[in-house]
Design a protein around this ligand. Structure first.
Ligand code: F1P
Length: 295
């Protein structure tokens, strides 16, 4: 299998990089919140979707109330013990702005891909995952490594997830993205954040029409645009009844019985393959920069 883009190379490095992130959980996961703390997780773009998934994982693991918000939309008000900012670049303006408005007495924490960056410097506690940082503008292994570390920190054994990821990366994708012009990703609980990230990858890398929804909400309107050229991917567990209802529209329903993080790897690959099929360079996404720095 010839690797022709930086993004593909970074996608394929995930099992190995996840293993390092899992190894860093023992020391690093407390930055995401001590047991019992009330936490809000902030981010922009991909990092906002990571924040959403992380919040569901932490709260459902019984570690304390955990909210998530777009850094640009968050304003202080609700009581939190800790504000956690996620930013691969460490330079995103809206994240810096949000950190500057955190009330006295609330811990400011940051998860970044680059040490010594403004977001890292603005925080009281910082977790640097520099080994997961990327050259590509399109984020792939950094967001998934943050989630791998968080899950290990919450006590999950991810051994089988690493094996699954290595397994799918050695096999061709089970769907040909060039047959479709409309891509929908559906998720529930923590996999809804991943579904949103998958849809963003299709937009960023392949400039294609993609959407994402909480799975059961798809029947409440969005299904109206499903058609023969739609590929609807279900994240998380299979839902045969939902799949049948969507299939009745003529759309192709796709589900692989894999861990949601590995389902996201497959969606990353789908986005890159679609970009290549459209003669686009996934390493140079249109109108995008590695970080949004507002003056
Ligand atoms: C967030 C982000 C990326 C997006 C683009 C611009 O960056 O929105 O998700 O792909 O690169 O920046 P960061 O704050 O996580 O560095």
């Amino acid at each position: 299998m010839s690797i022709s883009t930086t993004t593909e190379h970074e996608i394929r490095s995930q099992p190995e990089v996840w293993a390092r992130a899992i190894g860093a959980a023992a020391d690093g996961a407390s930055v995401l919140g001590r047991p019992g703390e009330q936490v809000v997780v902030l981010g922009c773009g991909t990092s906002a979707f990571v924040a959403e998934s992380l919040a569901v994982l932490r709260e459902r693991a019984g570690h304390g109330r955990t909210d998530a918000a777009y850094a640009s939309e968050w304003t202080p008000g609700r009581p939190y013990d800790r504000v956690v900012a996620i930013s691969r670049s460490g330079t995103t303006s809206e994240v810096l702005e949000a950190l500057s408005s955190v009330p006295e007495g609330t811990v400011k924490a940051a998860v970044v891909g680059v040490a010594g960056t403004p977001v890292a410097e603005a925080a009281d506690e910082t977790l640097v995952l520099d080994f997961a940082d990327e050259e590509s503008v399109v984020q792939t292994r950094f967001p998934t490594s943050v989630l791998a570390l968080a899950r290990a920190g919450l006590g999950e054994d991810l051994t089988s997830v690493l094996e699954q990821a290595a397994g799918v990366l050695d096999a061709p994708l089970p769907v040909d993205p060039s047959r479709f012009d409309h891509f929908v990703f559906l998720g529930r609980a923590w996999s809804y954040g991943l579904a949103q990230e998958a849809a963003l990858k299709i937009r960023e890398a392949a400039q294609a029409w993609s959407e994402s929804y909480p799975a059961l909400d798809y029947r409440h309107g969005p299904v109206a645009v499903a058609r023969e050229t739609s590929l609807v991917t279900l994240f998380g567990a299979a839902d045969p009844v939902l799949a049948a209802d969507i299939g009745a529209t003529g759309a192709t329903v796709h589900h692989q019985d894999l861990d949601p993080l590995v389902q996201l790897v497959q969606a990353q690959r789908l986005a890159v393959e679609l970009a290549v099929a459209r003669e686009l360079d996934p390493d140079a996404p249109r109108h995008l920069t590695r970080s949004v720095v507002l003056n």
